[in-house]
Design a protein around this ligand. Structure first.
Ligand code: ATP
Ligand code: MG
Length: 521
């Protein structure tokens, strides 16, 4: 009978006294209730959850660093600094004797391997892994459960997780914590803090379970695309590890060593039956998957595998060869053509940084007519970016002759400044130097050299530091731009980049807009 089943489950568990008392009460209740009555059902259900928690059950951590390195390297190419951070984290854990009570935050654009690194951390530690997305969550109850008085009440995700993994110390991954927030019932920050904060989660209270649960042994790993929408108090308690995206060479290695073998293995197609040439693979990366991560690349490769499978069967072929020449048979026309960098008078390439990773951001300035003086802006620009456009306009207007342009150019010019790719919202001050260069190029009737730039501009022409240098350099390389202008104050960020990112890049550091103009024209 049920009572015996529940008692059997408690065998070998170290149930906290208060919980034990509750279980005994409920068992007493169950034994006097009539089987088949609704109350019997709810009580039984409740006991089912109470006795399914892994009270006092832990898995032993495996803290060997060389073992961890092996696993991280086996599953991931590149990501040297990320792996190093994780090793450091494990090393600390070895001394503390415990890695629980920490919250890691893996932040970076889609498809760069955040989820996959999280899995490897669990495997390296020899811990169970459970993952759920908080991105779509609408209701606090999904995290903290419903009160039992609700019809159809359920415990929240954390309780569900512990039931599933059967230990108190799994690695729990909370995906997309930056996408929570919107339309969330209750306060998402405080709900998450209750779960994540080691000071609060020793006695986490799920509304359904209604007894305290210790989550402090859990290693939480969160993932996010940006930091902007993560509540401050939460962010303060997290150890951030940034993944910034891959350059073509890294993608090639990832595709060859991981994605392609994984896809073939999954479909059980012997390796030699589909021969994808290296040149074709490079073309897939260049022409079909220009993104920070490798998710799109993986999809395109999958598509090659599917179409090859059809060919193998229909033509009764021993093998198919996928080369640059026949690639379009598999993937259609390339999505990206060689160099899409806009050029000409009034056009300048900026470098932007969004939740999707770095990107080149062309900026166009054009003269609409000569009837009046005026200035308008388009391109779905955020408030800060509009302000920097205004600063750029004022600065250039005030210094025309200094930079060799007609000093009354703007007196009879209605100027339009546009940031293409209108569908993407853009914000931030980092396009200041780019916008002023576009305006100056227009006024000087002179195109700029083929380079990209980023930097905030002040009214007096000072160039201030900006974020995302690494992502921006990656983006410039992706667009085949190898000369960049960066703010002087970002010199250190640039110097700290790994060698393979800096290779072949000419960089100019600017303190003042004069330094920018000198290089750009
Ligand atoms: P999202 O933000 O969209 O959730 P993500 O960062 O979690 O993206 P993953 O799902 O971990 O991305 O990675 C996408 C795919 O690319 C996975 O199959 C993963 O194994 C593979 N991958 C990503 N980076 C690497 C790498 N450095 N080495 C090998 N494989 C990788
Ligand atoms: Mg993910």
């Amino acid at each position: 009978n049920d009572v015996d089943t529940f008692r059997d489950r408690l065998e070998g568990l170290v149930v906290p006294p208060k919980v034990l008392t509750r279980i005994e009460e409920e068992l007493d209740k169950l034994s006097v209730l009539e089987t088949g009555s609704p109350e019997y059902g709810t009580t039984r259900n409740y006991l089912d959850w109470l006795t399914a928690m892994p009270w006092g059950v832990h898995s032993a951590d495996q803290l060997g660093l060389s073992h961890a390195r092996e696993i991280l390297d086996r599953d991931h190419d590149g990501l040297k600094d990320v792996k190093e951070r994780i090793i450091e984290f494990l090393a600390e854990g070895t001394f503390k004797g415990d890695v629980g009570g920490s919250i890691l935050l893996l932040v970076g654009p889609p498809g760069v391997g955040k989820t996959s690194i999280g899995r490897s951390i669990a495997e390296a530690l020899g811990r169970e892994f459970y993952r759920f997305s908080v991105g779509g969550m609408r209701d606090e109850a999904e995290i903290k459960g419903h009160r039992r008085t609700y019809i159809g009440a359920m415990p929240g995700k954390l309780v569900q997780a512990l039931k599933e993994v059967e230990v108190e110390n799994p690695v729990i991954m909370l995906d997309e914590i930056d996408k929570m927030g919107q339309s969330f019932q209750g306060d998402p920050a405080s709900a998450l803090l209750e779960v994540l904060d080691p000071e609060q989660n020793v006695d986490f209270l799920d509304h359904y379970l209604d007894v305290r649960l210790d989550l402090s042994k859990v290693l939480f790993v969160c993932t996010a695309n940006t930091l902007d929408s993560i509540p401050g108090p939460l962010l303060d308690r997290m150890e951030q590890i940034r993944l910034s995206g891959y350059i073509a060479e890294e993608k090639l290695a990832i595709a060859k060593n991981h994605l392609w073998p994984k896809l073939l293995k999954r479909d059980r197609i012997p390796k030699k039956r589909i021969n994808l040439t290296e040149a074709a693979l490079k073309q897939v990366i260049e022409g079909y998957a220009r993104e920070a991560g490798v998710r799109q690349l993986e999809k395109q490769l999958h598509s090659i595998v599917r179409k090859s499978a059809v060919k193998l069967l229909e033509n009764d072929q021993q093998s198919v060869k996928v080369s640059v020449n026949n690639l379009e048979e598999f993937l259609g026309a390339p999505l990206f053509r060689q160099e899409q960098v806009l050029k000409g008078e009034g056009v300048v390439t900026g470098l932007a940084w969004t939740s999707m990773g770095g990107a080149t951001l062309p900026i166009e300035a054009g003269k609409v007519h000569s009837l009046t003086r005026g200035f308008k802006l388009t391109g779905k620009l955020g408030e800060v970016m509009q302000e920097s456009a205004n600063i750029a306009y004022s600065y250039v207007l005030g210094h025309l002759s200094e930079y060799g342009a007609d000093s009354d150019f703007f007196d009879s010019a209605f100027v339009h400044l546009h940031v293409p790719e209108g569908a993407t919202p853009k914000d931030g001050p980092s396009a200041g130097v780019t916008m002023s260069t576009a305006l100056l190029s227009l006024a000087k009737h002179q195109s700029v050299r083929s380079l990209a730039m980023t930097g905030e501009l002040t009214l007096t022409g000072q160039v201030l530091p900006v974020g995302g240098i690494r992502e921006k350099i990656i983006a410039a390389r992706r667009s085949k731009i190898f000369e960049v202008i960066l703010p002087e104050a970002n010199r250190r960020d640039y110097d700290e980049l790994p060698g393979f990112l800096k290779e072949g890049v000419t960089v100019h550091f600017a303190r003042h807009y004069q330094d920018v103009a000198k290089v750009a024209f």
